[in-house]
Ligand binder design. Structure first.
Ligand SMILES: Cc1cc2nc3c(=O)[nH]c(=O)nc-3n(C[C@H](O)[C@H](O)[C@H](O)COP(=O)(O)OP(=O)(O)OC[C@H]3O[C@@H](n4cnc5c(N)ncnc54)[C@H](O)[C@@H]3O)c2cc1C
Length: 409
């Protein structure tokens, strides 16, 4: 039997919409169907990304809730699987796979975004623990998360990229203050995170002290690789110890759209959905269809590229896919608004009531985000130029200059 058929058969035998999310996710984790692209030593099946999508296709055919799908599954678990000790893998990966712990990404700071290695959040050793002081910003979904992937400076005497460490940072502690930031979407997905004399145990250092730049780059590689291609969509529930979804019936969840409303939007390709809206509104014509066809082709090519993201076949595939994905976000905005015309000017409840649960309008206000998060388009192009095409590096101070001697910002 193929991977797809195996997964579908397993799901049909095990799925019960009356189970709680917690029970269903434990069942998926026990069968190693939560994140099968993880290595076997990290509770996965060692599948390629394409094989992982086959599992999701099997689950979708059986009509199940999807496995946990979030920052933890996208970045934290694969990073820990690559760089963690067996004890750390045992501690941190299973609660990601059964959805009982959630993670956020504590990388960007007010003075360190594209120039991530310029970060100044400080961690100082204190016996078996570290004391952390500093501020992060643009931290997506930080409220109520259990852990943060924290990059902090542990040795300012070392060069910029050398004195950084990757910590599994406990978020639910005194001294962590989270301030939500309202975006133009009307949501408050991202946040400022202040850390004031906060603590993290030494055994939460992932991938060795002062090796955080390398570990962080693994995280970014997984982030960009995951963002690269569209994947099989499945109904979504929120993970984490603070999530109220865990004790809800697993059958009570719908699909999620990027940056938009949950539920009521089906899993057909975006261009197909937009076509349906255009026909419902009586606005279909060849010019509008042309924009949708271009979108369909671009999304399909990127989906195929994304399938190869973890196979190592094409170098830089994550960067290429991420660039394509931000272009696709703009294409969706164009094709969507062409398809629904003046209805695109509605917002809030009016937009949701008009057509497609407000999907096009939500997509429009979300469209600038993908060219920024996970490293901006310009940064992706710099990486492609410098690391893959061999172009000269940007001018700057000597690489070995201690961080404390560099001018900041
Ligand atoms: C929706 C969203 C969610 C996010 N979630 C998270 C998160 O969960 N965790 C997290 O840590 N961060 C997150 N971020 C932050 C994101 O990683 C940063 O915004 C991004 O890396 C850019 O950094 P910056 O905002 O400081 O902009 P800057 O680095 O100040 O860049 C400003 C402009 O200058 C350009 N630029 C900068 N340097 C160069 C250069 N060397 N060459 C050419 N152009 C350059 C940039 O491309 C950009 O256009 C998120 C951002 C968004 C929009």
């Amino acid at each position: 039997m193929s991977i797809h058929e195996d997964a579908r058969k397993w799901a049909e035998e095990n799925w019960d919409p009356e189970m709680t999310v917690r029970e269903w996710w434990q069942c998926l984790a026990d069968a190693r169907y939560s994140l099968p692209s993880l290595p076997e030593a990290a509770f996965g099946r060692g599948y390629s990304r394409a094989e992982e999508q086959e599992v999701k296709r099997g689950l979708a055919d059986a009509g199940t809730l999807g496995p946990p799908s979030n920052i933890a599954t996208m970045m934290a678990a694969p990073t820990i699987a690559d760089h963690g000790t067996p004890e750390q893998i045992e501690r941190f990966v299973p609660p990601v796979l059964n959805g009982t712990e959630s993670w956020c990404q504590l990388f960007s700071e007010p003075g360190a975004g594209s120039d991530l290695a310029g970060l100044t959040t400080k961690a100082e050793r204190d016996g078996d623990e570290w004391t952390v002081n500093g501020q992060k910003v643009w931290t997506s979904l930080a409220v109520g998360t259990d852990f943060g992937m924290l990059l902090a400076r542990t040795d300012p005497d070392q060069p910029k990229h050398a004195g950084i460490t990757w910590f599994a940072f406990p978020m639910l502690q005194d001294g962590v203050e989270i301030r939500p930031l309202i975006e133009m979407t009307g949501n408050a997905m991202f946040n400022e995170v202040f850390m004031d004399d906060t603590r993290v145990p030494h055994d939460h250092v992932i991938g060795d002290l002062n090796n955080g730049w390398r570990v962080g780059n693994t995280t970014l590689m997984f982030e960009r690789g995951s963002l690269a291609g569209a994947v099989v969509e499945l109904p979504y529930a929120r993970a984490g110890s603070q999530s109220e979804d865990l004790d809800m019936p697993a059958g009570s969840f719908g699909l999620r759209t990027e940056g938009g409303p949950r539920g009521n939007v089906d899993a057909a390709p975006t261009a197909v959905r937009f076509g349906r809206y255009a026909r419902e509104l009586g606005m279909d014509d060849p010019a509008r269809r042309d924009a949708r066809t271009r979108l369909y082709v671009r999304e399909e090519v990127n989906r195929m590229l994304g399938m190869r993201a973890r196979s190592g076949v094409v170098p830089a595939i994550g960067n290429l896919g991420k660039l394509a994905m931000s272009e696709i976000a703009r294409m969706k905005r164009e094709a969507g608004n062409r398809s629904i015309g003046a209805v695109g000017m509605l917002s809030g409840d009016d937009a949701r009531a008009a057509i497609g649960n407000g999907e096009v309008q939500a997509t429009t206000v979300h469209s600038p985000a993908p060219s920024i998060y996970g490293g901006t388009d310009q940064v992706q192009r710099n990486i492609l130029g410098e690391r893959f095409l061999g172009l000269p590096k940007e001018p700057g101070p000597a690489k070995e200059t201690p961080f404390k001697d560099l001018s900041k910002n």
